[in-house]
Design a protein around this ligand. Structure first.
Ligand code: CTP
Length: 228
């Protein structure tokens, strides 16, 4: 589904040139059958705050959103998807004409090997145990980063415990420009504390409302993307 909500915004004066910013948000849903699915905990708030911050800064924003209960920020082109493969397809298209990708979505790493056409009836017949066979989903971020050219690509890492080394590992392994390390306490919260790591060794702690942190992330990435 494609929807552009709200009237076009009065365009503010830009400190950086007008960029095309692609943001992903929310979880993906991987169906087992028509009424059950696997998913990740994610409200989508951070991604929506990033899309809003980029639009308010005057950039052209496409927001690819998993199933969330949030209103589209004004002036943002929103594409709703459900599964990781749908998100990949929507992102591939939008990425072609993007300058910046911010991948804030909580993509499910696995999906059921097959989606049943009717309800899964494993407990019929009294079974006490059942096995669900899973296959790996594509890594959207790594797939797009592999052909990023001059685009700026930023990932998110949500870690429990000390996650700096893991976040830096993902930054290098997925070929990113930046990664934002979040703590699990940010889940469903209005505030967050995160660390932005950059490819060239930069490290910046950002804390506050998701909206203020989003503004800081967008400003940093768009400044990078505007470098000659
Ligand atoms: N990501 C993606 N496609 C996937 C999985 C993750 O694009 N199939 C992106 C997320 O949007 C996020 C980053 O990759 O920007 C997080 O990386 P990763 O650690 O691989 O995801 P998690 O599953 O959150 O972490 P872990 O491997 O620790 O479970």
């Amino acid at each position: 589904m494609l929807a552009t909500l709200g009237p076009p915004m009065a365009r503010p004066k830009l400190r950086t040139p007008r960029l095309r910013v692609l943001v992903t948000a929310g979880p993906t849903r991987e169906h087992v059958d028509p009424v059950r699915f696997l998913s990740n905990e994610s409200s989508g708030r951070m991604g929506f705050a990033l899309a809003e911050a980029a639009a308010r800064a005057g950039h052209a924003v496409t927001l690819v959103a998993g199933p969330v209960d949030l209103q589209s920020p004004r002036g943002v082109r929103r594409i709703d998807v459900a599964s990781a493969r749908e998100m990949l397809a929507a992102c591939r298209k939008a990425f072609r004409s993007a300058d910046v990708l911010i991948m804030a979505a909580a993509v499910a790493d696995w999906r059921p090997a097959r989606v049943l056409p009717g309800k899964w009836r494993a407990k019929d017949g009294g079974a006490r145990r059942a096995t669900l066979s899973l296959v790996r989903n594509p890594d959207i971020l790594a797939t797009l980063a592999a052909r990023k050219g001059r685009r700026i690509v930023c990932g998110f890492a949500l870690e429990t415990g000390v996650g700096e080394a893991r976040a830096r590992g993902k930054l290098a392994r997925k070929g990113l420009d930046c990664i934002v390390l979040n703590d699990a306490s940010a889940l469903n919260a209005a505030r967050t504390r995160c660390v932005l790591f950059e490819r060239d060794g930069g490290r910046k702690v950002l804390a506050g409302s998701k909206h203020s942190v989003a503004r800081a992330i967008v400003a940093r990435l768009c400044a990078r993307a505007s470098r000659p």
